[in-house]
Write a protein that binds this ligand. Structure first.
Ligand code: 5GP
Ligand code: MG
Length: 192
């Protein structure tokens, strides 16, 4: 799809839209139903990984018709280093008790799998009743550790994407769609 709509600031920087605003809205509504069906009688303790999951979580939570508790966790990015160097670390941990709770972990994108596997390990140490994971996007071809999410919005190809929470140097998070930046605006290869 060509990115022709220049009304939204920043959208002209996209080479291609991978997931449109209307596709996101439809899928988020459906994901909310799928998640509610997986927790028929339970209160859900949602843990969102910020900043990336902020926009997705905000929309998704309103589509999950169940009682919800919310907390956020901040994980350091290892992406300024070379591809597989560095390990994600928790830089701001949970502030609510999750023991014996049903935890739903939300992130923007599942790529190498390192971030979610580290966070799931941490959460499991706190003795929750259950842990499930939900991501908006899944780049299956890039996995470095064995990890699959329980709920996936869209599988996408191996391309660096921005928008709807995903950033490039903290920009473009407020785009209503997900897309690929024009080549001259893309990061140097060592950034990934
Ligand atoms: P993983 O640990 O699975 O490799 O990566 C997860 C994190 O890397 C995501 O939470 C996200 O912050 C970042 N990431 C992975 N792929 C992309 C991408 O295509 N675009 C952006 N903006 N961030 C990405
Ligand atoms: Mg992230």
């Amino acid at each position: 799809m060509p990115a022709t709509n220049v009304v939204v600031p920043g959208i002209q920087d996209l080479e291609e839209i991978i997931v449109s605003e209307s596709m996101i809205k439809r899928r988020v509504r459906k994901l909310g139903e799928e998640i509610a069906a997986a927790y028929p009688d339970e209160e859900i303790t949602v843990v969102a990984i910020i900043n990336g999951a902020l926009l997705f979580a905000a929309d998704l939570l309103r589509e999950i018709r169940r009682p919800i508790r919310l907390d956020c966790i901040r994980v350091s990015s290892y992406r300024n280093e070379t591809r597989s160097a560095g390990k994600p670390e928790i830089v701001h941990s949970l502030t609510i008790d999750i023991a014996n709770r049903h935890v739903l972990l939300i992130d923007d994108i599942l790529d190498t799998g390192k971030t979610l596997s580290v966070v799931v390990k941490l959460i499991k140490k706190l003795n929750p009743a259950s842990v499930k994971t939900c991501v908006l996007l899944d780049k299956k071809g890039r996995r470095e550790v064995d990890f699959e999410a329980d709920f996936v919005g869209f599988p996408i190809p191996d391309q660096f994407v921005v928008g709807y929470g995903l950033d490039f140097a903290e920009r473009y998070r407020n785009l209503p769609c997900v897309g690929v930046l024009k080549p001259h605006l893309q990061n140097p290869p060592e950034w990934r």
